[in-house]
Design a protein around this ligand. Sequence first.
Ligand code: DX5
Ligand code: ZN
Length: 220
Amino acid sequence: MPIIAPSILSADFADLSKTFHMLNNSEADWIHLDIMDGNFVPNISFGMPVIKSLRKLTNKVFDAHLMIEQPERYLHNFKVIGVDVLTVHYETQVHLNRTVDMTKRIGMKAGVALNPHTPVSFLQDIIQDLDVVLIMSVNPGFSGQKFIEHTYQKIAEAKNLIEKTGSKAMIQVDGGVNDQNAPKLVQAGADILVAASYIFNSQNPLKAIKTLKESSLQSF
Ligand code: DX5
Ligand code: ZN
């Protein structure tokens, strides 16, 4: 079954305690934290003080998706506030090898995210060092956008690269994920599904998480 990582970007920020109570009672495995700086992406979300407070509300894995320029400046800070998996964007990096190495040495799992236009093949010389490959299925910056269909092909390419090199990396998909495309994403090779609006805009977020979790069992 896929790992489900609800992104709290679509949650009610005035009532995050209630959100985390729901998440703790759900089948969510990871909590996806979208960090935006208003430079790399045209939006600003939330940052370290918020994550530090949220850390007290759950024992679930904190999966930080950094949509910020020069994320390497803050690796230690994210570790200290309790982030478990730290993903930087390929497009922000000059010395990606150094950033990944440092992330792991500090004691976090290391992920690299690819924008929709960035080829999977750009990871061929680093794939063996990665814990997570994050394939963006929308342009990063906002929740609630339309899923880009080309993503299936990129997942298949990532799966191929991982198998060919013997890498242990997991494939994560982020953007426009819902109960309709989830079975096909899992079938293509996705290990981790991120979803914000599908979960938090639904009548029953707990049930939406369960439905995504069981998506690999459904046919399409
Ligand atoms: C987009 C973020 C996503 C976003 C997903 O920049 O990285 O994690 O919250 O939102 P949905 O699932 O609504 O597309
Ligand atoms: Zn994200």
